[in-house]
Design a protein around this ligand. Structure first.
Ligand SMILES: NC(=O)C1=CN([C@@H]2O[C@H](COP(=O)(O)OP(=O)(O)OC[C@H]3O[C@@H](n4cnc5c(N)ncnc54)[C@H](O)[C@@H]3O)[C@@H](O)[C@H]2O)C=CC1
Ligand SMILES: O=C([O-])CC(=O)C(=O)O
Length: 329
């Protein structure tokens, strides 16, 4: 390891995703085993002590890739020099809260974090927003970082992607490693559209192999889209280790590339491809190479898919209007 350490800022470090995520980063799974990392943890003042406890445990891991840990309750300091930023901390919805209240509460978090990224992050900063509502939180942060290229702000739909891969593999009784080219379109919400029409399983077209539109419409799509709620119901808490795993996958593939002959799903600022209004942070099929992502072009979109993509993208456009009205973007 002769390389200079990469600064990775993680917000919400004392939360449940943070706890699962930090050990994976420290062990070299985010950026590869040869890249040393320095962790910069951001928490609210009341949770700094808990983050310090996690830092003690990280130390006890004796990870050769971990070059240091700093803990902050100030965003400007936490993002100073950041090369990778994982924005996990967010305000969860509580009883009686309307969607607009949630957007407003999160605006109070993602606006100053966007400003802090703009002020002090490294030139090669890459941002992944995990905290919900992830797509629109990413839009808020991005709009307050005018000096950072817009495409560096992304939101996480990789958990949805991985969930869809697993469900499809199970249906076809195939190993997950045989599933390729699946796509999540739209918002990380129940309106998302997991698309298997271009997917392949063991080299065969997945939709043809499944050959069961009823299963697709009534089981697969709702199961993937509502998996978050299913986990909450079963575990009594929202997905944490699987969300951390997906965050690792997202950044790993963005920096180190997607596998040859495959693609992944990332929520990224739309360039207008596939009729998604420009600027919305919406999930697309992407290929990553040389540290950059590119939308997979030229896929044929059936009527079945079109309606579902439009519905999810419509929801994103409504969220954008709502945060505009609140003066958050
Ligand atoms: N995009 C996705 O696929 C998924 C997103 N999520 C979302 O990720 C977020 C985090 O989930 P958990 O870790 O389970 O929540 P958690 O409640 O266990 O942890 C959140 C942490 O964020 C901290 N925090 C709050 N405001 C902060 C701020 N301004 N700066 C820094 N830290 C702050 C809190 O103190 C807390 O420690 C939630 O919004 C959740 O809905 C969860 C699963 C999947
Ligand atoms: O549903 C939730 O609250 C957490 C989440 O985003 C997911 O598991 O996909």
């Amino acid at each position: 390891m002769t390389q200079a350490p990469v600064n990775v800022t993680v917000t919400g470090a004392a939360g449940q995703i943070g706890y699962a995520l930090l050990f994976r980063i420290a062990s070299g799974q985010l950026l590869g085993p040869d890249t040393p990392v320095k962790l910069r943890l951001l928490e609210i003042p009341q949770a700094v002590k808990a983050a310090e406890g996690t830092a003690l445990e990280l130390e006890d891991g004796a990870f050769p890739q971990l070059a240091g840990i700093d803990i902050f309750d100030d965003a400007k300091q936490a993002f100073a020099g950041a090369n990778v930023a994982l924005l996990v901390g967010a305000r969860p919805r509580t009883k009686g809260m309307e969607r607009a209240d949630l957007l407003e509460a999160n605006g109070g978090i993602f606006k100053p974090q966007g400003e802090a990224i703009n002020a002090g992050a490294a030139d090669d900063i890459r941002v992944l927003v995990v905290g919900n509502p992830a797509n629109t939180n990413a839009l808020i942060a991005q709009s307050h970082a005018p000096d950072v290229p817009a495409e560096r702000f992304t939101a996480m739909t990789r958990l949805d992607h991985n969930r869809a891969v697993a469900q499809l593999a199970k249906k076809l009784d195939a190993p997950v490693g045989e599933v390729r080219k699946l796509t999540i379109w739209g918002n990380h919400s129940a309106s998302q559209y997991p698309d298997i029409f271009h997917a392949e399983v063991a080299g065969r077209n997945a939709a043809e192999a499944v050959n069961d539109e009823k299963w697709l419409a009534e089981e697969f799509i709702p199961r993937v889209a509502k998996r978050g709620a299913e986990i909450i119901e079963a575990r009594g808490a929202s997905s944490a280790a699987s969300a951390a795993n997906a965050a690792i996958d997202h950044v790993h593939d963005w920096v180190l590339g997607t596998a040859e002959g495959d693609w992944t799903s990332m929520a990224i600022p739309s360039d207008g491809s596939y009729g998604v209004p420009e600027g919305l942070i919406s999930s697309f099929p992407v290929v990553c190479k040389g540290g950059k992502y590119e939308i997979v072009q030229g896929l044929e979109i059936s009527e079945f898919s079109r309606g579902r993509i439009d519905a999810s993208v419509g929801e994103l456009a409504e969220e954008r209007e709502a945060v505009k009205k609140l003066g958050l973007i």
